[in-house]
Design a protein. Sequence first.
Length: 356
Amino acid sequence: MTATVLEEPHAARVDDAVRAVRRTRKRGRTRSVLVAAGLLAAVVAMFALSLCVGDMVIPLPKVLATLTGGGDGGSQFVLLELRLPRALLAVLVGMGFGLSGAVFQSVLRNPLASPDVIGISSGASAVAITASLLFQVSGLALSASALVGSVAAGAAIYLLAWRQGVAGQRLVLIGVGFGTGLTSVVWYVMARSDTVDAQEAYLWLTGTLNGRSWGQVWPLLGVLAALVPLTALAARSLGPLQLGDDAAAGLGARVEPGRLALLGCATALAGVATAAAGPVNFVAFVAGPIARRLVPGRGAALPHAALTGALIVLVADFAAQHLLPVQLPVGIVTSIIGAPYLLLLLARANRGGTGG
């Protein structure tokens, strides 16, 4: 009788704890869905605004009519040949960088671990600039060279950081040094090139959507259609990896294969985004942290990071075209956004005694 009386309060406490956990998880899922819906709505609204506003203002009803086959010749040319491919490219590039940065930061458990900081984008830039200025490569072949450069840089950094496994801090430090060396290669090639060609290369290096067309949209869309599902599949091992190698191994996760698959997908995502628009700085760096702050406790928040990246590039490109005294490449605007965040992050690290 006494044992039964003692067991009932214990069982009640267990049930209360289980219900509390379920309520917390439900609130987390609800917030995640609502935030994703809000980000998607913001991306759609910004996308529509990008199609409407310009030297020729086109009302939204006319935009919708033109996109569905109506409209006059002028609106069809402006929308279908100029604004639509640029806006679509902004979304795809932002998604690629945002998703890549979130994967890198989550796998390596380091907020500095984004492709533009650890040398991945520098690898794409070095090979693309060398191919363009020294071998006159252009078009799809130039985009392929940027992708090859990012993958080669990622592989080299991974191998250099390998010491019976890969530690995030070591990989970041090696990546920063490796990226600095590759940047020196870029400037050396540009210094030896014709002035006009070097100016065009410099514009690409800032990250730009100017002059982009369907020729850049379709290859990027096709590659992302393959890479995003692969990243989602590889991300199934991301949860255990975020707990650390020992804990992940204890849970039965294959640590190095899982990490390598995720880093490979993230490297390819950064490479194809760089190939399409150049190294648009700081999008990968800030998209993940913003997404994780919007949905705390939801891990890497990869879908939210992709949507955040798309929104950042759309807003930055709109500002670069219409809100500043002169039109600027989108990469300059994203650098204005990202540089203060980098300084804030370093200042916090120093206050916490981890900045070195």
